[in-house]
Design a protein around this ligand. Structure first.
Ligand code: PMP
Length: 430
């Protein structure tokens, strides 16, 4: 039983669907850089960053200072008036974002960002059908839930037409039992048949996470997005990149994950790490798309100066400290450690990731690839005992996900990998 009164109240007064990690859940009370403390005085290395959201460290001094300054000046003017943090951030984003993404609509979450992107694509094209991906997570509104490709998130009554799930570019479990590159990117090619058989032959958009996050950090192979976006465009569709998890340097080498592929989206969404924990959602589109958004629209908290000041400070911290590069270097190191864990532990079926999105998929048997959520749970308990917090994902709950801070060191990555190593040793004996 948890000793925490906060955990007890959580269980008693919140919707039970708001489930917590660990047999004995923890209540966090303090964070500093990559560290967090629970209300029992235990200190942990935070290897998941509040689901890839605390991007530049807990209580980052620059971000905190920007928030405090703004809170003292003006918290909520509403979107009926211009505010400088919002205008300045939108201008900066138009210079940072790939391709011709120039115009922004701010909201408070990834869900809203994706809703906005879909609405924008539908009004710009005059078409309804969307091609989305199996294994994806897109949000918790009726529509973004319907777009999700994972049953555990879709238990609620869900009736939303116009959404078509393509096979995921999931090389470890290739839906066509093929191998890259001989596969010829069959998963992308199949989108054409999906459009020709499930829709009237025209779509509004192909919508995809750059790296499928909650689905277990599934990284599409080289050439995938070029081909998939090409097919979407052939049938009148736009290409929407969901970078709620993958933006802001997290994938290393580029500010935006999609820049790893040679294609630019018509709309890009983000949230999470952009605000380092302050609520913010971003939908950035080409002027051709943004200008066709019909009527008037309004999000009460969208573009609020506190979140926008925080986001500007986050981008400052990323740029001033070369964190896009750091993410590539430390992420590569962690990826190599994970590859070694795969060699060492037969229950690791796959080690994969990009930058600081690194994952291990656990299986009962390498040949059958039968998912092993029990082992994942055991690794969770053991890493927690060793003072390390990690994340979970995948349709079968069998993927260990890590999303360390962008400013993590190799030593912190080693601490994380060592704890997982110990957890895998234990889980392997079960
Ligand atoms: N898209 C992706 C890729 C996500 O990972 C999430 C959240 N996990 C969302 C959208 C929804 O974001 P939010 O929870 O902020 O609404």
């Amino acid at each position: 039983m948890s000793q925490s009164e906060t955990v007890r109240k959580h269980k008693e007064y919140l919707f039970p669907a708001v489930s917590m990690y660990y047999q004995e859940p923890i209540a966090l009370v303090k964070g500093e850089g990559p560290w967090v403390w629970d209300d029992q005085g235990n200190k942990y290395l935070d290897g998941f960053g509040g689901v890839l959201t605390v991007s530049v460290g807990h209580a980052n001094p620059k971000v905190t200072a920007a928030i405090v300054k703004q809170v003292k000046e003006l918290v909520h003017p509403s979107a009926l008036y211009a505010n400088k943090p919002q205008s300045d951030l939108a201008e900066r984003l138009s210079k940072l974002a790939p391709g011709n993404l120039k115009k922004t609509f701010f909201t408070s979450s990834g869900t809203e960002a994706n809703e906005t992107a879909v609405a924008a694509a539908r009004s710009a094209t005059g078409r309804i059908p969307l091609v989305v991906l199996r294994h994806s997570y897109s949000g918790r509104s009726a529509q973004t839930l319907a777009m999700c490709g994972q049953s555990s998130w879709k238990k609620n009554v869900n009736l939303m037409p116009g959404i078509h799930h393509a096979h995921a570019p999931y090389c470890y479990r290739c839906p066509f039992n093929l191998q890259y590159p001989e596969c010829g990117l069959k998963c992308a090619e199949d989108i054409e048949e999906l459009i020709l058989t499930e829709t009237g032959g025209e779509i509004a958009a192909f919508f995809a996470e750059t790296v499928i996050g909650a689905g277990g950090f599934i990284v599409p192979p080289p050439g995938y997005f070029e081909k998939a976006a090409g097919i979407a465009r052939k049938y009148g569709g736009l290409f929407i990149s969901d970078e709620v998890q993958a933006a802001w340097g997290r994938t290393g080498d580029h500010m935006f994950g999609i820049s790893h592929w040679k294609v630019t989206p018509d709309v890009l969404t983000s949230a999470k790490g952009m605000g380092n924990g302050t609520p913010i959602g971003l939908t950035i589109a080409t002027p051709e798309v943004a200008d066709k958004y019909p009527g008037i629209t309004f999000a009460t908290f969208g573009g609020n100066p506190v979140s926008c000041s925080a986001a500007s400070a986050v981008i400052d911290v990323i740029e001033d400290n070369n964190l896009v590069k750091n993410c590539a270097v430390v992420g590569k190191h962690l990826g190599e450690r994970f590859a070694q864990l795969k060699e060492k532990h037969p229950i690791v079926g796959d080690a994969r990731g990009l930058g600081m999105m690194q994952a291990l998929e656990l299986v009962k048997d390498r040949k059958t690839k039968e998912p092993n959520p029990k082992a994942t749970a055991a690794v969770f308990e053991e890493t927690k005992k060793r003072g390390v917090l990690i994340g979970k994902g995948g349709v079968w709950g069998n993927v260990i996900r890590t999303g360390m801070m962008l400013n993590s060191t190799k030593e912190e990555a080693d601490m994380l990998a060592d704890a997982i190593d110990a957890g895998l040793t234990l889980a392997g004996k079960m």
